[in-house]
Ligand binder design. Structure first.
Ligand code: 3PG
Length: 306
């Protein structure tokens, strides 16, 4: 049984060692395709693979078409907008993700971005503090819960909006439930986005929400750049000089921000929310275990295409 790890953005070596131990202990063979620059390299590498483990790598019909032996693809991470689930089903390939494994790493990045920004990029300029400030969590899944936990340590006032999570669960994490999204944006100086990217959430955060944010607003996006309506965000930036945007990955309109809004944004050049050794070990090993369990026992937990 051949398991291919294909990662444009590789796992840390320590994670690869743990993944290979799991794969080899099961009697399977591991091969890796790292830092590849063209999708055709993935198409070639997956040709004789029985299982595929990826990160944000695109798995579409072009990839699946040449993968004649492929039974399972596991996205080592939570967001699976890079997997074409309809195509996976059409090619009889089981698709899974590994929810929760990257969550703490992403939540820590939220505060790393915020702290750097509100202390003026450690320039010596007078900054501000987080204690008693309001933070709104737009989405209260695995990452949102970790963010609430950390925000509690900072003494922040925490609010959350998520139609799929109960008030009781939010309360357990020290967050107060807000049932109207515009209310969340009105109440909170800091908003942190923790929603998946799909047809419903695409461009769902725009001018009509952002305009409500209070003075010295900070929008933090460690979800996906596509959930932002960049036109609306740019409009708010143009109207308000107190508004900041901190994003894990550059927006499409990065050049405009650079030209007009210096000092009011941070954009990571490569998505790095899950880029810690711990998250790589957690997500990579979970993916490897899911592959092994599927072949050994037929376990389909975390299957996405039912
Ligand atoms: C996730 O959805 O788990 C994160 O966005 C991680 O993405 P990455 O594997 O590309 O770092």
């Amino acid at each position: 049984m051949k398991v291919l790890i294909a990662t444009e953005k590789p796992f840390a070596p320590i994670a690869i060692r743990q993944i290979s131990q799991i794969i080899e202990a099961a009697g399977f063979q591991l091969s890796t395709l790292e830092n590849y620059t063209d999708p055709s390299q993935l198409v070639a590498a997956v040709a004789d693979a029985d299982a595929l483990i990826v990160r944000s790598d695109l798995v579409n019909s072009a990839v699946l078409d040449g993968a004649k032996k492929l039974k399972i693809v596991v996205r080592a991470g939570a967001g699976y907008d890079n997997l074409d689930l309809v195509a996976c089903t059409a090619y009889n390939v089981i698709a899974m993700n590994t929810p929760g494994q990257n969550s703490n790493a992403v939540a820590e990045l939220v505060f790393e971005l915020i702290l750097y920004q509100i202390r003026g990029g450690f320039s010596g300029k007078t900054g501000t503090e987080l204690r008693l400030k309001t933070i709104g969590l737009h989405g209260f899944g695995n990452v949102g819960k970790y963010v609430a936990d950390i925000a509690k340590g900072f003494g922040m006032d925490i609010y959350a909006y998520d139609p799929f999570v109960s008030e009781r669960v939010m309360k357990n994490y020290g967050a107060k439930q807000v049932t109207r999204l515009d209310e969340l944006y009105r109440m909170c100086q800091f908003i942190s986005l923790h929603l998946p990217f799909n047809d419903i959430t695409k461009k769902s955060v725009g001018y009509d929400l952002l305009k409500y944010m209070p003075q010295n607003a900070v929008l933090v996006n460690t979800a996906r750049k596509e959930v932002i309506d960049e036109e609306g965000l740019l409009r708010v930036f143009g109207e308000r000089s107190d508004f900041c945007y901190l994003s894990d990955v550059e927006p499409a309109s990065k050049a405009l921000f650079e030209e007009k809004f210096k000092g009011r944004y941070i954009f990571t050049s490569k998505k790095m929310g899950a880029q810690t050794e711990e998250a790589n070990i957690n997500a990579g090993a979970a993916a490897a275990r899911q592959v092994v369990n599927y072949f050994k026992t037929g376990n389909e937990k975390y299957r996405l295409n039912k």
